[in-house]
Design a protein around this ligand. Structure first.
Ligand code: NAP
Length: 289
């Protein structure tokens, strides 16, 4: 396998690159803030000065930045990926972004003689660290088959869901579900606390029954430790919920529970917690935290 390129060394990107290197892959890295890549470079990753340089010097190029506007910038901007010759190469966007941008990237990649996959992930910071992410992919089968050996380095479950944009649509389905588990877990804890129950015991007991879910099992204990570090940023979840609601609207659907989750998270951000992890939703009730 030729060199892998990776743009966006944040909470997720950093852990994914570490897993790629642990699987023996050679990785070129770029991030807006270089210092976040320092320890990866010490461990053998190669720094490149721009996204275009990453694309020039890598065979498969991964991106995992924050918002759709960041994705637009690293692909189409000055010194962006599409400034390089990407003939025969594959670009893979792991960012949670819009299906329409995924389609636009796939079109441009194809025009330039390359291929593109949209491949957003689920499983949180811990899934990224443990190399057990779920990867939801859209794009051509031939590109998917070539990238699977790299997915194996950081994912446990991966599937192709159709053409360009279908990975992002699958991720939106995932986020619509998460909207329910996060609000459900939060209200459950608020209620159990007020009723005078032992919250650790409640989480343990509910985890063994039909209310068990990933949000409670992973974020519940963090809330009890008053650990609101991200994890998964509130600002990114709001971005995802807005994309989901926008896509639902295009499909002629109304999703009242998802809409309510978006309103609650927006209120949390307005109160100054947009850079907390999503478990901070409980701060709308537990003001002292
Ligand atoms: P993050 O820590 O903010 O990482 C994003 C990284 O991208 C940052 O290091 C940022 O640089 C870099 N970046 C942004 N724009 C850039 C640009 N134009 N050029 C180069 N680098 C750029 O966020 P994260 O938690 O890793 O999440 C990344 C994406 O994955 C988001 O779309 C999020 O919704 C999604 N996601 C997150 C999780 C999770 O649990 N964390 C799970 C699934 C999906 P700076 O260092 O300069 O800020």
């Amino acid at each position: 396998m030729g060199k892998i390129g990776f743009i966006g060394i944040g909470v997720m990107g950093h852990a994914i690159v570490m897993n790629m290197m642990n699987h023996g892959l050679e990785v070129n890295v770029y991030n807006r803030t270089k210092s976040k890549a320092d320890d990866l470079i010490t461990n053998g990753a190669h720094w490149q000065e721009t996204p275009a340089k990453i694309a020039e010097n890598s065979e498969i190029i991964f991106t995992m930045v924050g918002f759709p506007a960041d994705v637009e910038g690293v692909y189409f901007g000055e010194n962006g990926i599409f400034q390089a010759d990407i003939t025969g190469k594959i670009v893979v966007d792991l960012t949670t972004s819009t299906p329409s941008l995924a389609e636009k990237i796939a079109k441009e990649a194809s025009k330039l003689g390359g291929q593109a996959l949209d491949a957003p992930v689920s499983g949180g910071d811990l899934g990224a660290k443990n190399g057990t992410l779920t990867i939801m992919v859209g794009g051509e089968q031939s590109a998917y088959d070539k990238v699977v050996p790299v997915f194996e380095a950081f994912g446990k479950t991966y599937k192709l869901h159709g053409g360009a944009g279908k990975g992002q649509h699958t991720k939106m389905a995932n986020q619509i579900m998460i909207a329910g588990t996060m609000t459900g877990m939060t209200e459950m804890l608020v209620y159990a606390d007020k009723a005078g129950l032992n919250l650790e015991k409640v989480i343990e007991t509910l985890g063994g029954g039909s209310a068990s879910n990933w949000s409670m099992n992973n974020y519940g204990p963090r809330i009890l430790r008053a650990d609101y570090s991200p994890g998964f940023f509130v600002k990114h979840f709001i971005k995802d919920l807005k994309i989901a609601l926008d896509e639902a609207d295009k499909l002629g659907l109304t999703l009242p529970s998802t809409k309510l989750a978006e309103e609650l998270y927006s209120r949390l951000a307005d109160e100054g917690f947009e850079n907390d992890g999503t478990q901070a939703l409980i701060k709308l009730w537990w003001k002292s935290n």
